[in-house]
Design a protein around this ligand. Structure first.
Ligand SMILES: CC(C)(COP(=O)(O)OP(=O)(O)OC[C@H]1O[C@@H](n2cnc3c(N)ncnc32)[C@H](O)[C@@H]1OP(=O)(O)O)[C@@H](O)C(=O)NCCC(=O)NCCS
Length: 150
């Protein structure tokens, strides 16, 4: 069974590893590797700025151990932007849609405004995951913009 909790500073290392994973970097708007000091500063900043950031860890339980599966994030920039990273150990197992869905459900307890995602057009698995969660393509120029139909 999947659970959701808020991201904490103790998650810094695992998020750092997931963020620097090759596939994650390739699918990010900025594909450069991330430095640890830059990452910590980034995370602390997001955790402080709680009105503009909802950062969730999706986990499953194995006996009494919590296994982190996914990082689902909503950030208010010019609009609310969604992103998801599945742990490299758990990719390709059909978990992403459920993790995103759980993240959206929790985000919607706090924020009712429209929510979007930027997805590179060659990131086929991500496109499928967002389409399954009611996001539709609204702009296909440079980076593709998707909007969730609630
Ligand atoms: C994109 C990402 C979230 C998808 O998670 P995943 O665990 O790999 O994907 P899933 O196993 O849940 O599969 C999702 C869908 O894509 C399909 N899929 C997976 N790999 C595919 C491929 N190479 N080509 C086509 N379809 C593919 C699956 O069949 C599934 O479709 P279905 O629901 O219709 O069966 C994950 O790969 C990831 O974290 N990537 C790095 C970060 C990233 O790109 N984030 C998205 C940007 S917001």
């Amino acid at each position: 069974m999947l659970s959701l909790r808020k991201i904490e500073v103790k998650d810094a290392k695992i998020l750092f590893n997931w963020a620097n994973d090759e596939q994650t970097r390739l699918n990010s708007i900025n594909s450069n590797q991330i430095e640890w000091t830059e990452h910590i500063k980034w995370l602390e900043d997001k955790l402080k700025n709680t009105e503009h950031n909802f950062l969730f860890m999706i986990t499953k339980a194995d006996k009494n151990t919590e296994i982190p599966l996914a990082f689902v994030r909503f950030e208010l920039k010019e609009k609310w932007i969604t992103s998801i990273v599945i742990s490299p150990h758990f990719r390709g197992q059909g978990l992403a849609s459920k993790c995103l869905s759980l993240g959206i459900l929790n985000f919607r307890e706090f924020i009712k405004e429209p929510v979007y995602a930027y997805i590179k057009e060659n990131n086929i698995s991500s496109i499928k995951v967002f389409l399954k969660n009611n996001y539709i393509l609204v702009r296909n120029k440079n980076k593709s913009l998707y909007k969730r139909i609630d």
